[in-house]
Design a protein around this ligand. Structure first.
Ligand SMILES: Nc1ncnc2c1ncn2[C@@H]1O[C@H](COP(=O)(O)OP(=O)(O)OP(=O)(O)O)[C@@H](O)[C@H]1O
Length: 250
């Protein structure tokens, strides 16, 4: 079942069109990988899905992105609520300069949850979902900055999960991590897709193939091919997709 529908969507920085008339669907409880060479518009497209580029001067869009049937760029959309439902995790884990506990509970407090027992419960649940609980349960009041890079990224995922989104957008979430930390995040994402819809931008082609159910291959702003991952890998329909998979472009 589709939860997000990207329809004839284009994005511009000033006059420069960097996403060109892209259409594809993102399916509920599946992992969709957006791949393609550097600068092809992957991040811009992903960031458009929770309107995080809204404040960039000169940024504008054409076309539509529907979330559960509603155009997210409609004038009456509350962007704070949209971003609660569609959470985002970035390339470089940037925990807030506060304790592990406060990092996870921060968003909850903003959304009006104040009761200590409730906060404790959600912090524990989120850290467990992010596969970090066992490593940090004894040090919840320590500064988050003392965690390793991989732990910090799982903390950022826990922070996003705490506000109970439906969709998780991840922009190169493992590119700053070592192979073991990367493997942990990949295993985590596969588990999370049971409960969440996931869209991930990645440079790492083998990662996309390992974890995704669907692949959107972009090239110079255009969507060249969208299909389920086995089809993309075994029977790419387009020469450019094949060239990218074979390492001939990129
Ligand atoms: N804030 C911005 N202002 C102006 N141009 C931008 C901005 N962000 C990105 N661009 C340009 O838009 C194009 C697409 O960039 P984008 O980051 O979306 O691509 P990408 O495929 O995610 O690249 P990468 O894999 O290198 O991160 C590039 O030409 C880039 O230089």
């Amino acid at each position: 079942m589709k939860i997000i529908e990207i329809k004839n969507f284009s994005a511009f920085y000033g006059e420069k069109k960097v996403v060109k008339n892209v259409s594809f669907d993102i399916f509920k409880n599946k992992i969709t990988a957006i791949i393609g060479p550097s600068g092809c518009g992957k991040s811009t497209l992903l960031r458009s899905v929770n309107r995080i580029n809204d404040n960039i001067p000169g940024f504008k869009i054409e076309g539509n992105i529907y979330f559960e049937g509603k155009d997210i760029y409609d004038g009456d959309v509350d962007v704070t609520i949209l971003r609660k439902k569609i959470g985002m995790v970035f390339q470089k884990p940037v925990p807030f300069p506060m304790s592990i506990y406060d990092n996870v509970s921060f968003g909850l407090k903003i959304h009006g949850i104040k009761r200590k027992e409730k906060l404790d419960e959600i912090v524990e649940k989120s850290l467990k979902q992010a596969a970090l609980w066992d490593e940090v349960r004894q040090e919840l009041n320590e500064p988050a900055s003392e965690l390793s890079g991989g732990q910090q990224q799982r903390l950022c995922i826990a922070r996003t999960l705490a506000i109970q989104p439906e969709v998780l957008l991840l922009d190169e979430p493992t590119s700053a991590l070592d192979p073991i930390a990367t493997q942990k995040i990949e295993a985590l994402l596969e588990k999370l897709s049971e409960f969440y819809t996931i869209a991930i931008v990645t440079h790492n082609l083998s990662q996309a193939i390992r974890i995704s159910d669907y692949v959107a291959f972009m090239y110079q702003g255009e969507l060249i091919e969208f299909a389920d991952t086995p089809t993309i890998v075994k029977k790419p329909q387009h020469k450019l997709t094949e060239a990218y998979l074979n390492g001939k472009i990129g």
